[in-house]
Design a protein around this ligand. Structure first.
Ligand code: PGA
Length: 255
């Protein structure tokens, strides 16, 4: 990997899986397997598992993240969680704009932008997800679509704050389907995103930004995907629920 240029980050996205006791068990199993990682290791767990995850990971190289946060600091928003709350708990990362949020929970580019800015204001690091559906890919609008998602998400975000943004390119058709993008497809879109960042900010900001690939990354294909110049890590769903598989991906990113 390009560790000399950028921080490689392997982040697990547990989605709606694992209870607090299962969280403790899985993190305890992962700790010895990833302890020598030469990349950042982050686990984004359900809200109710955050406390157990923080306790289980204390003193290890595993950092903990949430999977969403609201765009206000507090107020009448039943069922929501604000970044102020996450920060006080000691949470470092938050995923924003995952395609499942966009698809099932009415998330739009505008709300993604609001949530992202609120999270950055609290000093959280944001893993911003962008990616096209199969139809959009077939229509040939992947580059445009991903560029637009990226630009709107970063509207009003300063160059300084952009240093706390990680972008995860996640083609929707590859998520949870077992259909991974080829390493060339992943590389092509990650490079497009980096160019968009250079256009918004400058070359240095673009060169320094961690851009991950996500979508059925697993122990078998991680090496090839992570070997690409513009792929600086992964956002891992299914394979992050298995300690052994996740650790193989972490090792691939540590080379
Ligand atoms: P997957 O999920 O690895 O299970 O495809 C990735 C994600 O949705 O972040």
């Amino acid at each position: 990997m390009k560790k000399n240029v950028r921080n490689a980050i392997i982040a697990g996205n547990w989605k709606m899986n694992k209870t607090p006791s299962e969280t403790t068990e899985l993190i305890n199993a992962m700790k010895p397997l990833v302890k020598d990682a030469d990349c950042k290791v982050v686990l984004c767990v359900p809200f109710v598992d955050l406390d157990a995850a923080l306790k289980a990971s204390a003193g290890s190289n595993i950092e903990i993240g949430a999977q969403n946060c609201h765009f206000e600091k507090s107020g009448a928003f039943t069922g929501e969680v604000s970044p102020v709350m996450l920060k006080e708990m000691g949470i470092k990362y938050v995923i924003i704009g995952h395609s499942e949020r966009r698809q099932y929970f009415g998330e739009t580019d505008e709300t993604v932008n609001k949530r992202l800015k609120n999270a950055l204001e609290e000093g959280l690091k944001v893993i911003l997800c962008v990616g096209e559906t199969l139809t959009q890919r077939e229509q040939g609008i992947t580059a445009e679509l991903v560029a637009t998602q990226t630009k709107i998400a970063l509207l009003g975000v300063s160059k300084e704050d952009a240093k706390n943004v990680i972008i995860a390119y996640e083609p929707v058709w590859a998520i949870g389907t077992g259909k991974t993008a080829t390493s060339d497809q992943a590389e092509e879109v990650c490079a497009i995103i980096r160019k968009v960042i250079a256009d918004i900010y400058d070359d240095n900001t673009a060169e320094g930004m961690t851009i991950q690939y996500g979508g059925s990354m697993n122990a078998k294909n991680a090496d090839e995907l992570l070997g690409k110049v513009n792929v600086d890590g992964g956002l891992i769903g299914g394979a992050s629920l298995k300690a052994e598989d996740f650790s193989v991906i972490v090792k691939a990113a540590s080379k």
